[in-house]
Design a protein around this ligand. Structure first.
Ligand code: SF4
Length: 112
């Protein structure tokens, strides 16, 4: 049985991804002028999406979509580059850890 909490998380994720993927380049550009801060795992949106700074700490019971090898560095929504902390279209104005993960992870290069 799917819990109410999981349904709400899924709905929030769908809204965020739909809105921010469309705005993606603009969202990153808009935040490029101000210094960006690392995303706090305790941020409300980060918590809702299960963001962890280290993907190895993801609880697979809570987030069964997580798979070994998934991390921000392999996600389509992170800024291209090699920096340890980079922008993500789901969290404008913030930096996420390349070693991190959230339930918004999307395969890089996947067709929409
Ligand atoms: Fe952003 Fe993807 Fe990392 Fe989630 S997994 S924080 S969507 S880069």
């Amino acid at each position: 049985m799917i819990s109410r909490r999981r349904v709400l998380k899924g709905a929030l994720l769908a809204i965020l991804i739909g809105h921010r993927v469309v705005r993606g380049p603009r969202a990153l550009a808009a935040s490029s002028g101000a210094p960006r801060k690392p995303l706090d795992e305790h941020d409300a949106t980060a918590q809702a999406l299960g963001y962890r700074q280290d993907a190895r700490s993801v609880d697979p019971q809570e987030f069964p979509t997580w798979r070994r090898g998934q991390s921000c560095s392999t996600c389509a929504l992170i800024e291209v580059g090699t920096a340890r902390m980079r922008g993500c279209t789901l969290f404008p104005g913030k930096l996420v850890s390349a070693a991190g993960w959230c339930s918004g992870w999307q395969q890089r290069g996947a067709k929409p």
